[in-house]
Design a protein around this ligand. Structure first.
Ligand code: FAD
Ligand code: DLZ
Ligand code: SF4
Length: 511
């Protein structure tokens, strides 16, 4: 009797829809560490350790509140290894009158939930996941009938609806929706950079680290530097740390990159928000409050809030609007294999080695590193979208299909033909040179596009424009890029095309 309530690894919120109305006298919560979820891609060991430890802490919190928790550990001898298997076993054990679940974050799991509804001997109630500003139906209604979907217009709508950074007559504070023109500065020398937030592992986390080292030690990534918070309280401290030490400069240096500085003025809150330890509404409220108190300037608060209230909600809307067909598009027809060095970090391209190296150490890279280094390189090289998507889904502590896929498939790879972003973010090495110090310690020469030492981003960039001209030349936002290409002597274009071809055929051997 009673209800069996399933809480998944990224549903660790006390306010979760599926836990609402829980009657401690007869209801029970099921949580399960299962091989299938830990290996559907070879997740970074820190991502698995973060989730398992956060799951164990969450279960302990529920139990402390007098709630019965059925917690299946990875090494329980009867563990079937799948969510469906564990749910079926628990239904058998407890004979509940009903199962209650919360809508998942991945199409893959949603398919499984519909199967449970068909196959389990008791009804399965699916509740909407309301830990977002914008319900899926609301996004659908917004998107309906629009010729073109653009984040910026969706974001304005969210600002108005939720009255965030708005003045009383419905205008955006500061008279502008967006202050990006003031942002995107390179890092000045001598600027003090805050220490990232770190939480030392407690005994639960140390147990999990040992388990993960033993079972998933072969996955890409190290465990040594694990320092993620694993509770709602710890995540709250990470939020406070960010607001106090980094938010005021977030806007200015949002796009900057620097050797040895993995986090700069970024928040590193995405693992917590996505797993449910931190409510996005609390994060947005804290940033707005920092502005109203005079602690952070408007360009910083607005820029940060846009990432969460705008981008995060927008990519989720696109995902559920367009899946499952979305994942199968390949507008640029990219077919190449992902180079091995994405997994080894062994490459002479310093920017790539830096970003892949820190990803291995921390399961983290900030937005511009993901977009303009590892992402841009995959775009320019012409990697098959599914292969680079697997990589991103595996290596970052915050990665779930609903947020990773639109960012990689749409924003980076342009595989959706421009649904998410109006143009590909293709860029030559010059972008990386302007926004980082990577090029000054590189084997390659960022100022040349031809010859032994030419920066691969340069010749691949021009080659990308040539290869995709049929699709991209007509795009008005690509006008400047094609003007540059057209100004080039035909012999130089040929030489660049050949250099790109040689590079691509040699890349299997490393670069
Ligand atoms: P901050 O720079 O401090 O930003 C604050 C918050 O805004 C983040 O915590 C995040 O919740 C949100 N946010 C910012 N940008 C985006 C965005 N483009 N989409 C959705 N939310 C955003 N984010 C994920 O959460 N999971 C992913 O798997 C993921 N994969 C990505 C892959 C690529 C190729 C790219 C270009 C971006 C990806 N992002 C992903 C978005 C973004 O890079 C990360 O959210 C961000 O780097 C997390 O670090 P942070 O918390 O320090 O972010
Ligand atoms: C990512 C992940 C991992 C590594 N392990 C588990 C697990 O053992 N048990 C679980 O319930 N959830 C896990 N997750 C998170 C799920 O994969 C996530 O809930 C789905 O991808 C839906 O977003
Ligand atoms: Fe990267 Fe090219 Fe700069 Fe080297 S020169 S760090 S490969 S952009």
């Amino acid at each position: 009797t009673g209800c069996l309530r399933l809480a998944l690894g990224d549903q660790l919120s006390a306010s979760l829809a599926g836990l609402r109305g829980l009657d401690p006298a007869c209801d029970r919560v099921l949580m399960a560490e299962v091989m299938a979820e830990a290996t559907y891609v070879p997740h970074h060991p820190q991502k698995i350790a973060f989730l398992f430890s956060a799951m164990r802490h969450f279960a302990a919190d529920l139990a402390a509140r007098g709630i019965a928790v059925d917690y299946v550990r990875l090494d329980d001898p009867d563990n079937t290894g799948t969510l469906g298997g564990e749910l079926a076993r628990a239904v058998d054990r407890w004979q509940p009158e009903r199962v209650i679940v919360t809508f998942p974050g991945e199409w893959r799991v949603w398919k499984q939930m519909r199967q449970w509804q068909r196959e389990l001997p008791v009804p399965v109630e699916v509740r909407e996941d309301d830990r977002f500003f914008c319900p899926i139906a609301r996004f659908r209604a917004w998107a309906e009938g629009r010729r073109q979907l653009r984040m910026e217009f969706f974001y304005r709508e969210m600002r108005r609806t939720h009255a965030i950074l708005m003045d009383p007559d419905g205008k955006p504070l500061g008279g502008q929706w967006n202050f990006d023109a003031q942002n995107r500065k390179p890092l000045p020398k001598g600027l003090r950079i805050p220490e990232p937030f770190r939480e030392p592992p407690d005994t639960i986390t140390r147990d999990v680290l040992a388990l993960v080292a033993d079972r998933f030690g072969g996955h890409f990534g190290t465990l040594e530097s694990f320092a993620y918070a694993v509770t709602a309280e710890g995540a709250r401290q990470a939020l406070n740390h960010f607001i106090l030490h980094a938010l005021p400069w977030f806007g200015d240096y949002q796009d900057a990159m620097a050797t040895g500085q993995e986090t700069l003025f970024h928040s590193v809150l995405s693992p917590y928000i996505n797993a449910g330890l931190l409510d996005p509404r609390a994060v947005v409220a804290a940033a707005a409050d920092a502005f109203h108190r005079g602690h952070a300037p408007l360009n910083a608060a607005e820029g940060f809030i846009r990432q969460i209230l705008g981008w995060r909600e927008y990519v989720r809307g696109i995902y559920w609007l367009k899946m499952p067909a979305y994942a199968d598009t390949n507008a640029l027809g990219a077919q190449r294999a992902l180079p091995d060095f994405y997994w080894t970090g062994r490459t002479s391209m310093n920017c790539m080695a830096q970003v892949i190296g820190q990803t291995r150490r921390h399961a983290y890279a900030h937005h511009i590193q993901r977009l303009m280094v590892t992402g841009n390189f995959a775009l320019l090289l012409g990697v098959e979208p599914a292969q680079i998507e697997q990589w991103y889904l595996a290596v970052y502590a915050d990665a779930y299909d609903w947020v990773e896929l639109p960012n990689v498939h749409g924003m980076v790879m342009h595989a959706d033909g421009g649904l998410l972003g109006s143009k590909p973010y293709a860029a030559s090495g010059r972008y990386i040179q302007r926004m980082s110090d990577y090029c000054s310690h590189c084997h390659f020469d960022v100022t040349t596009a031809e010859g032994e030492r030419a920066c691969p981003f340069n010749f691949l960039y021009w080659n990308f424009l040539m290869e995709n001209a049929a699709l991209l030349r007509a795009n008005p936002r690509m006008g400047l890029a094609y003007k540059g290409l057209d100004a080039m002597a035909p012999a130089r274009r040929d030489a660049i095309r050949q250099q790109a071809e040689r590079f691509r055929s040699g890349i299997a051997g490393g670069y």
